[in-house]
Each structure stands twice: as structure tokens, then as C-alpha cells.
Design a protein around this ligand. Structure first.
Ligand SMILES: CC(C)(COP(=O)(O)OP(=O)(O)OC[C@H]1O[C@@H](n2cnc3c(N)ncnc32)[C@H](O)[C@@H]1OP(=O)(O)O)[C@@H](O)C(=O)NCCC(=O)NCCS
Length: 207
């Protein structure tokens, strides 16, 4: 299988929303449904301080994606202001059912001030393409983009029991910082990746 990783475009948002709904069952976002997720990823693709990449197979099918925000609070605020009305109407019943989780997730970044603001929001690979290095390639592309933007560190929150995700993040150089309960009764692990420090050697030349 030949896989290409490229920057996500607005047109990829529907497939990203579908992949999120199909593959990620932790966190409240998944419970809001594909329509809501599609709007969120469209907003990510259009935001200057968020970015996403997709993995595309030889038939042009999107088989995975990774989404990153430089500041989650700013992204969610922009999403609520610019897309909120439409998104809320579309998933009104689901929002009402899971409002407690919405509040917990929106609150989480603000009481974690010692952690880096940038966050990997989600990474998912289609079941048919899993276990072949696609997740690793996607995460590597996010890490390259963070370095290009001179971001020094990024965090990610994932279910402590999510063996595949924990293995992926560890293999990409993330280290565990703490275990928390974003949602009551569910253990999540916060991991952080620090970009390699660039040592500039001034070579003044031999005299
Ligand atoms: C997590 C996920 C994105 C990994 O993608 P993937 O393409 O299957 O992973 P890769 O093949 O690139 O493997 C990356 C590393 O994780 C390990 N890994 C992958 N799946 C694993 C599994 N089920 N159990 C144990 N380790 C696993 C691989 O061995 C590899 O480690 P290595 O580099 O040390 O060899 C994928 O399993 C997935 O989409 N899961 C559902 C969505 C999810 O839970 N996302 C994370 C929360 S947002």
C-alpha cells in the first residue's frame, strides 16, 4: 500500500469527521456525531493556528488524519463564534445529552496552565490501514509542522487504556506527564513532546 501524507483541505473534512466518528470512541467529540465533527475539521483546516494532515492511499481515499491546534481554547472559541449556531442546531439533541462532557472538555485546557498550549486534538487511521505505520507517518508530519512553526512543545490527552494510541505517542517521542480524569471515572494520560533543541554553531572559519 502506497500512502501519501499531505496537508488537509476543507474538502477532506467530511472524511475526517467520518473517520473520527468510526475510530475514536473516547472523549465527548465523538458523541456529537459526524456532522459536528465535519464542521470542526473544516474550521481546523481554515484556521491559522490549527492544522491537519491526511493520509491518502493510491486510490485517493483518505485513510487517516491528524489534527493539531496551537491553542485549543482559541480554536474552540472561534468554532463556537463562527460555526456554533449551525453546529449546535445540527446536533442540538446530542449537545444537550452530553453538555456535561462539553463543559469538562472546554474547561480542561484552562486548568492545565503548566502544560504546553499546543495540542494534538486527534489522530485516527481507518481499520483497513491500521498497523502499517500510517499513524506514525501522520504524527511525524504534525511534528515537522510544529517545528516549522517553531513550536517548542505539544501535548496530547488520550485514554490510558488505549494501547495503540499510547504505543504510537511513545514511539513518536512523547513522554507521559500525568494521569487525569477529564471525564469522571475515565483515566486519561497527558503526554508531551518537546521539539529537539536546535544548537546553532557559529563557525567563524579558520584564521
Ligand atoms: C492509534 C492509531 C492512530 C495508530 O495508528 P496506526 O497506523 O495503526 O499505527 P502505526 O502502525 O503507525 O504504529 C505506531 C506504533 O504504535 C504501535 N501500535 C499500533 N497499533 C498498536 C496496537 N493495537 N497495540 C500495540 N501497539 C500498537 C506500533 O507497533 C508502532 O510502534 P513502533 O513504532 O514502536 O513499532 C490507530 O490505532 C487508530 O486509529 N486508533 C483509533 C483512534 C484512536 O484511538 N486515536 C487516538 C486517540 S485521539
Amino acid at each position: 500500500m502506497t500512502i501519501e501524507v499531505r496537508a488537509a483541505r476543507a474538502g477532506d473534512a467530511k472524511k475526517m469527521g467520518a473517520l473520527h466518528a468510526a475510530r475514536i470512541n473516547e472523549g465527548f467529540l465523538a458523541s456529537l456525531g459526524e456532522g459536528f465533527l465535519t464542521r470542526l475539521y473544516r474550521r481546523v483546516a481554515a484556521s491559522p493556528d490549527a492544522f491537519a494532515a491526511v493520509a491518502v492511499d493510491e486510490r485517493g481515499e483518505v485513510v487517516g488524519f491528524v489534527a493539531t491546534a496551537l491553542n485549543v481554547s482559541t480554536l474552540y472559541r472561534r468554532f463556537i463564534v463562527r460555526d456554533g449556531a449551525v453546529a449546535a442546531i445540527a446536533s442540538a439533541s446530542k449537545l444537550v445529552r452530553s453538555w456535561r462532557r462539553v463543559l469538562e472538555t472546554l474547561r480542561y485546557p484552562s486548568h492545565a496552565s503548566q502544560l504546553p498550549a499546543p495540542e494534538v486534538l486527534s489522530v485516527a487511521v481507518a481499520a483497513s490501514a491500521a498497523g502499517r505505520g500510517v499513524g506514525r507517518a501522520l504524527l511525524a508530519s504534525a511534528q515537522r509542522e510544529l517545528e516549522r512553526r517553531e513550536v517548542q512543545a505539544v501535548k496530547v490527552v488520550t485514554g490510558s487504556h488505549n494501547t495503540a494510541a499510547m504505543a504510537l505517542y511513545r514511539s513518536a517521542g512523547f513522554h507521559e506527564v500525568e494521569t487525569i480524569e477529564v471525564h469522571a471515572g475515565v483515566q486519561s494520560t497527558v503526554l508531551v513532546w518537546n521539539a529537539p533543541i536546535l544548537h546553532v554553531v557559529h563557525d567563524r572559519g579558520a584564521k
